[in-house]
Design a binder for this molecule. Structure first.
Ligand code: GLA
Length: 394
């Protein structure tokens, strides 16, 4: 409180006229990266209440809930018109039960419920945005039982990102309900520099594309996995409990990548302490997809309570070594082969910041077995576009 007053006084003496609170406390949510499902990557605007209920059912019964997935999030296109008093309504055809009933259904499964809006006048698909309605919308979400808001950046004109996101962050706080705030401004105004007490996660790039390394020549807005990876990796110092870099939702299971590439995708996101938001049809997934999304060894790396984002510590052409420090002095290690032919990769103590005397057990997180004691280095042949992921436990 004393600190807040000091800041207010400084602002006043500098002649600032805005009410913007520069030093608000974090909202205390998302102490580990959020996990859940979001409708966008698979369904885009073809989302309706049946899809959302089916996703909640699947999350509860597929092993995903047991593995830590929690939030069922409807992305864009759920909205109907605003009513005469400016309150947002749901599309009466696609969401005829109303959003509260769907939130109740999700909650009845022991899960949490999320929704989407936009800081501009319109969302990216042309529905009503929240600009000018922030407090009214936050109140509506709280009444409906919303636990998570993804807040986009289309049709924002000349709005200032820091200011626009602060308004909704304040509105969510004023609603009285704990609501995880997912900022989706694509890294435009470098939110990692200012948003750690505004949002719980912020997108670092434009949208992900279901491809390992191929751009869509007709749409440069959607980025292949490697591009998103390289843009997000250097931002590792800015992530931590309650405020995460978000390299966008998962494409695992959507069909554009091989199983090896999807294992890399999931492992790299875990190394980056990224939110793990499944983006496939989880009510209709094959065993390969399910087993990737529910790999508890890999999820434990993502969810490690130390909350340090891992990063690349060595690169030799297509061969990379990534390390993520874990609570208790352990390390997650990723040997990553970006190339199209198998590659032999060796990690050693220097990569890990370990003394030569360090003793640790080594576990292979995709073979799900202990592979012996750490002897100062470890080598593996890594398949094309693939990974070997290890955990060292001292
Ligand atoms: C933007 C976001 C996407 C998705 C769509 C919805 O492109 O970055 O994640 O929410 O809008 O229209």
């Amino acid at each position: 409180m004393a600190v807040a007053c000091l800041f207010a006084a400084q602002n006043a003496s500098a002649g600032e006229t805005t009410q913007h609170v520069v030093n608000k406390a974090p909202n205390g949510l998302a102490q580990t990266p959020p996990m859940g499902w979001n409708s966008w990557n698979k369904f885009a605007c073809n989302v309706d209440e049946k899809t959302v209920r089916a996703a909640a059912d699947a999350m509860a019964t597929s092993g995903m809930k047991d593995a830590g997935y929690e939030y069922v999030v409807i992305d864009d296109c759920w909205q109907g018109p605003r009513d005469a008093n400016g309150f947002i309504t749901a599309n009466p055809v696609k969401f005829s039960s109303g959003i509260k009933a769907i939130a109740d259904y999700v909650h009845s499964k022991g899960l949490k419920f999320g929704i989407y809006s936009d800081a501009g006048r319109e969302t990216c698909d042309g529905f009503s945005g929240s600009q000018g309605h922030e407090y009214q919308d936050a109140m509506t979400y709280a009444r409906w039982g919303v636990d998570y808001l993804k807040y986009d950046w289309c049709e924002t004109g000349s709005r200032n990102g820091e200011e626009a996101y602060a308004v909704m962050a304040d509105a969510l706080r004023a609603s009285g309900r704990p609501i995880v705030f997912s900022m989706c401004e694509w890294g435009v105004s470098k939110p990692w520099l200012w948003a750690r007490n505004t949002g719980n996660l912020w997108r670092t790039t434009g949208d992900i594309r279901d491809s390992f390394d191929k751009w869509d020549p007709k749409n440069q807005w959607v980025h292949p996995l490697l591009e998103i990876l390289d843009q997000t990796e250097p931002l590792w110092p800015f992530a931590g409990p309650g405020h995460w870099n978000d390299p966008d939702m998962l494409e695992v299971g959507n069909g554009g990548m091989t199983p090896a590439e999807y294992r890399s995708h999931f492992s790299l996101w875990a190394m980056m302490a990224a939110p793990l938001m499944a983006g496939n049809d989880i009510s209709n997934m094959d065993e390969s997809t399910r087993s990737i999304l529910t790999n508890k060894d890999v999820i434990a790396v993502d969810q490690d309570r130390l909350g340090v984002q891992g990063h690349r510590v060595a690169k030799d052409g297509d061969k990379e070594i990534w390390v993520k420090p874990l609570a208790g002095g352990g390390r997650a290690v990723l040997l990553f082969n970006r190339g199209a032919t198998p590659a032999s990769i060796t990690v050693d103590n220097d990569h890990l910041g370990y003394a030569p005397s360090m003793r640790a057990k080594v576990r292979d997180l995709w073979a799900h077995k202990e592979v012996g004691n750490w002897k100062g280095s470890y080598s593996a042949t890594v398949e094309p576009h693939g990974i070997v992921m290890l955990r060292l436990n001292p």
